[in-house]
Design a binder for this molecule. Structure first.
Ligand SMILES: [Zn+2]
Length: 88
């Protein structure tokens, strides 16, 4: 594996380049901003796991419309994020 330098997104802190942990999974420190959400969806990633929060309802809408499964890591367990409750 070549070394890569990861530069955090100035909006939400997602590292660049995108680093899918598995083919269909992106794991980030926060829920993506809408720019990163578009890249995640365009990359064909189907599941996103994040810690913390990033208050971008548009990202939730993009993930919902892209049928992305979004999970939040709370302590040592995963909670499914209900994208239907977002306000947009
Ligand atoms: Zn971002």
């Amino acid at each position: 594996m070549p070394d890569q330098t990861y530069v955090p997104c100035p909006h939400c802190g997602h590292p660049y380049p995108m680093t899918p942990m598995q083919k269909d999974l992106y794991r980030g420190r926060t829920l993506a901003c809408n720019n990163c959400a578009k890249m995640i969806i365009n990359a064909g990633i189907k599941r996103v796991i994040y810690e913390g929060d990033y208050p971008d309802e548009f990202s939730k809408e993009l993930f919902r419309d892209g049928k992305i499964e979004v999970l939040r890591l709370v302590g040592d367990r995963l909670e499914v994020v209900d994208l239907e409750t977002c306000s947009v």
